[in-house]
Design a protein around this ligand. Structure first.
Ligand code: PLP
Length: 356
């Protein structure tokens, strides 16, 4: 018998969430961000839900080529660009748009022999301090890119560090406007948080990721309530055993949970080797037999244990939702002190996936 653990991808939810991004930024085109195997949802499956986008943003060439093989003929953006001259020829061959964030990448394009000019996004470091030209060096970089015969259209781009929090985008936006002052060309600034909460940053191309998967950019569930976003993934399993424990009995490794009274414990086929966080503390929400209950005891490699006090009819084979439409991934993430991004990306290879 196969393990009952399953990740179900809701194609219609992806479609719905993309249309919500469009509703928020009606004048902008959309780079649907599908890096990290579409945030763990699988590139193929994400593609069928998101193929009404204008373009796809992702990290590496393998993913880009896979999209072309799936039949996507539209724009594909490499969000970090490329570090090697061989890649430039692949970028040319597959007509990809590439990010240029430093002189080394510019130099490679200057030296390349291409079949046609490649479109680029010229990245400014407006305060994130990871990739990009600082504002003072941006104009010179743009001039140099403009003069390069291997470069076609140049989109001006930056990335926000705190669009989901109270510090917001204003400071970075001012730095961007200052560095890009006087440069004509399309602009791309907004991640999901800026798409939802900072309409003056939308410009020509937005770059939503997490919202397409129905989770919150801030790790705060309240932030996205009422927006109509739908979870794009359900991680489900079943009870594979039930134990009755007496007061004082421990459960699982380290016996970190001790029963206060006689109670039933359900054993769920899902553990940290599947991507469920080992750090999930007692009380992390989980749905058993349609009832919201809690994880108790330490998450093991292949199993975790739940309190069945509220689920008297639960038996072996009862359904479990680890996260999905009832237990939102953000609920689990908050309990674990992380964000939905990390949980969805961590779904392990061994978890079977289906879509609907
Ligand atoms: C990942 C990424 C995004 C999407 O961010 P979300 O917070 O998931 O919306 C946008 N732009 C760049 C450059 C990224 O790396």
């Amino acid at each position: 018998m196969p393990r009952p653990l399953l990740a179900t991808i809701h194609t219609a939810a992806l479609f719905n969430n993309l249309s919500i991004a469009r509703r928020y930024a009606p004048k902008s085109k959309v780079w649907a961000v599908v890096k990290a195997n579409a945030y763990g949802h699988g590139l193929n499956r994400a593609f069928s839900g998101l193929n009404s986008t204008d373009g796809f943003g992702l990290l590496n060439l393998e993913e880009a080529v896979k999209l072309r093989e799936l039949g996507w003929a539209g724009p594909i953006l490499l969000l970090e660009g490329s570090e090697c001259i061989i890649d430039i020829n692949i970028i040319d061959h597959y007509s990809l748009t590439t990010t240029v964030h430093c002189d080394e990448q510019l130099r490679m394009l200057e030296m390349a022999q291409l079949s046609k000019p490649v479109n680029i996004q010229l990245k400014m470091n407006s305060g994130m301090n990871r990739l990009g030209y600082v504002a003072e060096k941006y104009y010179a970089a743009w001039r140099r890119a403009r003069a390069c015969s291997s470069i076609g259209q140049i989109t001006l781009m930056t990335h926000f560090s705190s669009a989901e929090s109270a510090s917001g985008v204003q400071h970075q936006l001012e730095i961007f406007e200052h560095g890009a002052n006087g440069i004509l060309g399309a602009r791309s600034l907004s991640n999901s948080a800026a798409t939802l909460w900072h309409p003056h940053t939308h410009f020509d191309w937005i770059r939503p990721g997490i919202m397409l998967y129905g989770a919150s950019p801030s790790g705060m569930l309240a932030a996205i309530q009422g927006l109509g976003l739908q979870p794009a993934m359900t991680l489900s399993s079943e009870l594979i055993a039930v134990q009755t424990v007496e007061p004082g009995d421990g459960v699982g490794y380290g016996s970190i949970f001790k029963a206060q009274e006689r109670m039933r414990i359900g054993i769920v086929a899902c553990g940290y080797a599947d991507g469920y966080p080992r750090c999930a503390p007692e009380g992390t929400p989980i749905l058993v037999d349609g009832v919201r209950t809690r994880v108790v005891g330490r998450v093991s490699m292949d199993m975790l244990t739940v309190d069945l006090s509220l689920c008297p009819s639960a038996i072996i084979g009862s359904s479990v939702e680890l996260w999905g439409r009832d237990v939102l991934i953000d609920d689990v993430a908050v309990a674990c002190g992380t964000v939905g991004y990390e949980l969805m990306c961590a779904i392990a290879q061994r978890v079977p996936v289906c879509s609907e």
